[in-house]
Write a protein that binds this ligand. Structure first.
Ligand SMILES: Nc1ncnc2c1ncn2[C@@H]1O[C@H](COP(=O)(O)OP(=O)(O)OP(=O)(O)O)[C@@H](O)[C@H]1O
Ligand SMILES: [Mg+2]
Ligand SMILES: [Zn+2]
Length: 259
């Protein structure tokens, strides 16, 4: 049973007898009952290459689904992909999409070099859509190789750290350790909060820890480059732009309600 299990039932396999079948929630909103684990094992060891390949592909889909379900991509943005990002609202959109596509396609290189990215721009231009789409593509390509990619908002980062203040079982450092772990972390809505010294310090800890470990971070904000430098500090922005980290600007009217 995994944490994506919706229901469990007892089923009888004609070959192997009774087993517990789980109804697993899928990232695309559907759900699938798991089959007999012994049949799955037999299929993976089958002499027939087609049966073996199908069993392997089922196992891969399951692993990718689990990684996607763990990614923190909000349900609203599960359908958001690079493929369904439209580029007919503004002449700047094709280049923005291309840079996000290249970042996701070349993720292994970006990961090796610790190359981050900033997505900055006005409301409703699809920054969260593309941030989530990048996570989704990275996991579809690399989850089998063990890649972990996560989405979180800046306010959730702050909240998670604050929550540890009145707890004995988990400390601040564990929250930072969790945020330093993913191979890719997308931090959305930076600058939407008021920007106290404490909040700046928390975001610095997260980004600097990842920078030191050469792990890429994608930062998303409504602020422009000058404003985000003021908000979060030059030191953070310089780290994100290190190793060729790009600043991608979304400068066109909101498409909310038009898509
Ligand atoms: N070019 C696009 N093609 C398809 N859908 C889009 C496009 N741009 C935005 N959308 C959709 O419009 C909605 C708003 O986009 P999104 O939330 O990503 O904008 P945002 O830039 O993150 O806005 P905010 O700064 O307010 O958070 C989403 O449902 C998103 O999927
Ligand atoms: Mg957004
Ligand atoms: Zn069986």
């Amino acid at each position: 049973m995994t944490k994506n299990t919706l229901k469990t039932r007892n089923v009888n396999c004609e070959v192997h007898g009774g087993y517990e079948s789980d109804l697993l929630e899928q990232f695309d909103g559907t759900s699938i009952w798991t089959g007999c684990p012994k049949c799955a094992f037999d299929d993976r060891c089958s002499d027939d290459p087609e049966v073996r390949a199908a069993a392997k592909s089922r196992l891969e889909s399951q692993a990718i689904n689990e990684a996607l379900m763990d990614s923190g991509i909000p349900p609203r943005f599960r359908p958001a992909t690079l493929a369904n990002y439209r580029t007919d609202f503004s002449p700047d959109q094709p280049a923005v999409l291309a840079r996000c596509q290249v970042y996701a396609d070349d993720f292994v290189t970006n990961w090796n070099q610790g190359r981050s990215m900033l997505l900055l721009g006005t409301m409703g231009t699809g920054k969260t859509h593309l941030g989530c789409a990048i996570i989704q593509q990275v996991l579809r390509n690399e989850a089998m190789a063990g890649a972990i990619a996560r989405y979180i908002t800046a306010s959730e980062v702050i909240m998670r750290v604050k929550e540890t203040f009145d707890r004995k079982d988990i400390g601040e450092s564990q929250v930072y350790a969790q945020l330093h772990q993913p191979d890719l972390l997308v931090i959305d809505e930076v600058g939407a909060q008021h920007g106290s010294d404490f909040e700046r310090q928390v975001l610095f800890e997260v980004i600097n820890g990842r920078y030191s470990a050469l792990l890429p971070t994608i930062l998303i904000s409504n602020l422009n480059l000058a404003e985000i430098r003021r908000f979060i500090g030059d030191r953070v922005i310089d780290r994100l732009c290190d190793a060729g980290g790009e600043v991608v600007l979304f400068r066109w009217p909101s498409v909310r309600g038009d898509v």
